[in-house]
Design a protein around this ligand. Structure first.
Ligand SMILES: [Zn+2]
Length: 391
């Protein structure tokens, strides 16, 4: 039935030491079960009720939902337990050995973001279920870095787990209340090859792609003139033409061409609507000229997130950090927690510039301020909640 967690430094050492790489490449993918099982053991020792929620079709992945106290409101402190793959040649020390140098803790997942979960446990140390007016929930998710299947499993279960949430992704301890979404789509055109000397011998996929490219650039213009939000540093939705490949030889009619694009929609722009518009537009410009079109999504897509700026959790995070909540350019599991009825702030000790890099680190002087801030949040939302914080 669990055991008390060791001191903070030892918790961080153990969390970093357990490999939990997520990757769409099955050869690199490791699952996160060992991390959530270790967290559950510690949290049970602290009196939390722990539930491991399996992720469909991934026996080595699970979410952990650990709850102390009861009630309809409550605070969810959330983080993903997986990391990105690492490049071992770029690291000055072993990525799975927490190493302190120059006031920094180096290791894979220090900034993004296993350390946050250790800091949450440190902040919750000593709490008793009988003291909780509203529950404190520690949510540790699987698979954020590849398919977000952990967050999706939570949404599919449609269980209410809390009212206010903080996701400790790296934000330099500045609150974030909105971010854009992400779509990555592939457009493939198939024609017919033939000798270049006589165009009637084939049907050029590349010439079809020229019309598609022109149309996509025109569509971007329309999207940007109709949608803007000055709260983002890039206030319009972006559409990047990121990759193109087609044909093989100058003297052959091009039979295949593929374009990959990245779209970053603003809050309120529906991912499925964007995909459908793209499909219709391209179908129209290609017409009936013997070119086959194939569209597919390179990843499932991530919706944009927006929590109302006046939400209690946003105001509380601003007051505690002394920083006004911001909009950022990276995606999180936030929109899925929003779907479950939570007001979400992204707020964590790491730096996004350190994430997904060799020699990822977390500054030692971020540890105590984070623990202090989390204790204040627990106090405000779980020990002395205002009436309006409830359901
Ligand atoms: Zn992350």
């Amino acid at each position: 039935m669990g055991k008390m967690p060791p001191d903070l430094r030892e918790m961080l050492t153990e969390l970093i030491a357990i490999p939990s790489v997520s990757s769409v490449d099955p050869a690199l993918d490791q699952g996160n079960r060992a991390v959530v099982e270790r967290l559950a053991e510690w949290l049970e020792g602290m009196g939390f009720a722990c539930e491991l929620q399996p992720v469909p079709d991934a026996p080595d992945k699970a979410n952990l939902i650990a709850t102390l106290g009861r009630g309809d409101g409550g605070l969810v402190l959330a983080g993903h337990t997986d990391t990105v793959p690492y490049d071992d040649t770029g690291w000055a020390s072993d990525p799975f050995t927490l190493s302190e140098r120059d006031g920094r803790l180096y290791g894979l997942g220090t900034s993004d973001m296993k350390s946050f979960l250790g800091l949450v446990l440190e902040a919750a140390r000593g709490l008793k279920a009988s003291d909780m007016k509203q529950p404190l929930v520690v949510l540790a998710t699987a698979d954020e870095e590849s398919g977000m299947t952990g967050a999706k499993a939570l949404v599919d279960a449609q269980r209410r787990i809390g009212r206010h949430a903080v996701i400790g992704e790296p934000t330099n301890l500045r609150p974030v209340y909105m971010h854009k979404g992400i779509l990555m789509e592939s457009i493939r055109i198939r024609g017919r090859s033939g000798h270049s000397s006589d165009p009637s011998l084939g049907c050029s996929a590349l010439e079809g792609m020229v019309r598609v490219l022109n149309d996509i650039v025109a569509w971007r213009q329309q999207l940007q003139s109709k949608n803007a939000d000055p709260r983002f540093s890039v206030p319009v939705p972006t559409l990047n033409l990121g990759h193109i490949h087609g044909g093989d030889n100058p003297n052959r009619i091009c039979a295949h061409c593929e374009l990959q694009i990245d779209i970053r929609p603003l809050p309120g722009m529906d991912l499925e609507e964007l995909r459908e518009t793209l499909r219709q537009r391209i179908g129209r410009v290609l017409g009936e000229e013997g070119l086959a079109l194939e569209l597919h999504s390179l990843f499932p897509g991530l919706p944009a997130m927006e929590t109302p700026a006046e939400a209690t959790i946003v105001r509380a995070a601003e007051a505690l950090t002394g920083s006004q909540a911001e909009a950022v350019a990276f995606g999180t599991e936030g929109p899925y927690l929003r779907d479950l009825g939570m007001d979400v702030v992204i707020l964590g000790p790491g730096d996004i510039a350190q994430a997904h890099q060799p020699d990822e680190f977390l500054a030692v002087n971020r540890l105590q301020p984070t623990v202090d801030m989390l204790r204040e949040l627990i106090h405000r939302f779980c020990l002395t909640p205002a009436v309006e914080d409830g359901a």
